[in-house]
Design a protein around this ligand. Structure first.
Ligand SMILES: Nc1ncnc2c1ncn2[C@@H]1O[C@H](COP(=O)(O)OP(=O)(O)OP(=O)(O)O)[C@@H](O)[C@H]1O
Ligand SMILES: [Mg+2]
Length: 268
């Protein structure tokens, strides 16, 4: 029986939402380059899986999009804004436009699921009304987002009472509450079991399509990247060594991402 066809890959149109050109990063003047000449464009609607061994620069690449990594040279633009030129209020605005999801969910455990999602709206001015409570429109949206991620029935539960997979769905809803222009998910399934990992990655990919935003997701499991992305980018020692449409790649094509220095003759 033939393998089921992959859903059609969204074809990028227009300008990239995120543009990274010849990006190099070093954390200190005398430290080695952590990213070395990285080029990457992220398009609305597309999910890009970022692979690489520990220390290859995945988190640093994500941090460079929100001004949390020092851009040593090159250009990073998010929604047209040049990240290295932003300061103060502009940088806070950029951060409000980028939804982030982390391995450890980063919820406030003793607060309700609904309140955790509402906290995403605090990125925008005027989220609280004069009584210091969340606006009714935001509460409605938070409920809708919890429905979108499939856990509206948990809205009033304490966040810490949820399973890891459920907590990650709350974190995704919180990120969407920001109405993000792009979502960064740094190892979002590293603490989850295999079945739950599929559910969460499926959700992220469908959000990219439905909300028409780019999603960049770092992963350590090659089959998950091949199943839940439209493009794969492989970092090795701060350089992109593999990049392509997911439908054109397999585990063998991605092997160079995990090659040792000796195997590739890299004596940096
Ligand atoms: N704030 C920092 N200051 C100095 N060096 C840093 C800093 N953050 C990261 N590094 C260094 O940059 C390199 C890349 O780290 P990074 O966290 O980006 O890797 P990663 O691919 O996300 O790894 P992992 O898979 O373990 O999360 C590492 O050598 C790390 O020690
Ligand atoms: Mg990391």
């Amino acid at each position: 029986m033939p393998a089921p066809a992959r859903p059609a890959r969204p074809v990028p149109t227009g300008d990239p939402r995120v543009h990274i050109q010849d990006l190099s990063v070093r954390y200190a003047a005398d430290a080695p380059l952590v990213l070395d000449g990285v080029d990457l464009d992220l398009y609305a609607g597309q999910t890009v899986a970022l692979l690489g061994s520990s220390g290859s620069g995945k988190s640093t690449l994500m941090k460079s999009l929100t001004g949390f990594a020092p851009i040593t040279s090159g250009v990073v633009t998010v929604d047209g804004a040049d990240v290295s030129a932003l300061t103060g209020r502009q940088l806070r605005h950029l951060r409000s436009q980028v939804g982030q999801v982390f391995q450890q969910f980063n919820l406030i455990g003793r607060l309700s699921v609904l309140t955790n999602v509402l906290l995403g709206s605090l990125h925008h001015a005027g989220a609280l009304n004069m009584l210091g409570t969340f606006r009714a429109a935001d509460r409605r949206r938070a409920y809708e987002l919890l429905e979108r991620v499939g856990i509206a029935d948990k809205a009033l539960d304490e966040a810490r009472s949820l399973s890891g997979g459920q907590q990650q769905r709350v974190a995704i809803a919180r990120a969407l509450m920001q109405r993000p222009r792009c979502v960064l998910a740094d190892e979002p399934v590293a603490s989850l079991d295999p079945r739950t990992s599929h559910v969460v990655l499926d959700l992220l990919q469908s959000i990219a399509r439905d909300e028409n935003i780019p999603v960049l997701v770092s992963l350590h499991v090659v089959p998950l990247a091949l199943e839940h992305s439209d493009r794969v980018v492989g970092l090795r020692g701060g350089r992109i060594v593999v990049e392509g449409a997911t439908s054109d790649l397999d585990a063998e094509a991605l092997a160079p991402v995990y090659a040792t220095d000796a195997e590739v003759g890299d004596d940096r």
